[in-house]
Design a protein around this ligand. Sequence first.
Ligand SMILES: [Mg+2]
Length: 212
Amino acid sequence: MPKTTLAPDHAKAMILAVADAVIAAEPYLSEADRNLGDGDHGLGMQRGFTAVKEKIGTLGAEEAIDKIFSAAGMAMISSMGGASGALFGTLFRDGGKALAGRADLDAAGLAAFLRGACDGVQARGKAQPGDKTMVDALHPAAARAAELTGLSLPEAIDAVAAAAEAGREASKAMIATLGRAKTLGEASIGHPDAGACSVVVILGAMREYINA
Ligand SMILES: [Mg+2]
């Protein structure tokens, strides 16, 4: 049964499902980073989400939904290292902060999460859409979510995940001006950004969990 709202226990289960999906995607993410960067992205994400799983397991049943996502982000920041650790950790930490005061996650909560996540990542990394970074998947996802706050959560996450996929695909044609491939110039054309690939894996796993 698709879930129309996520209580804190569901949010924890969803983050664990996201972690498993990211860990399983290590070869795909490593390959994506090898095409444009140093190839360490998949292993870094695997390390970060292994720490996330450990952290989620220590949270009490009374933990509020904003704190669950923020704790996942902090676990990534303290375990992954590098630019990806700071940026993907910020995605979850600041997305979580934007859920403060909410008892559960619905479509409006998803939009708040993604707005906070994208604003936080952009403030930290200074990337704009078009720079060929994770923002090229995250920004369209956040923009789509903001249009869909009246929909059910399963409908909203479907559209949001599709927007992230379209953003990842669009990043193939971009010339990197920031991030892992900025020194490659036109040689960066043809491959998607690895961070955008990770955003798609994360939102795709959320879609799968919510719609299961
Ligand atoms: Mg790298």
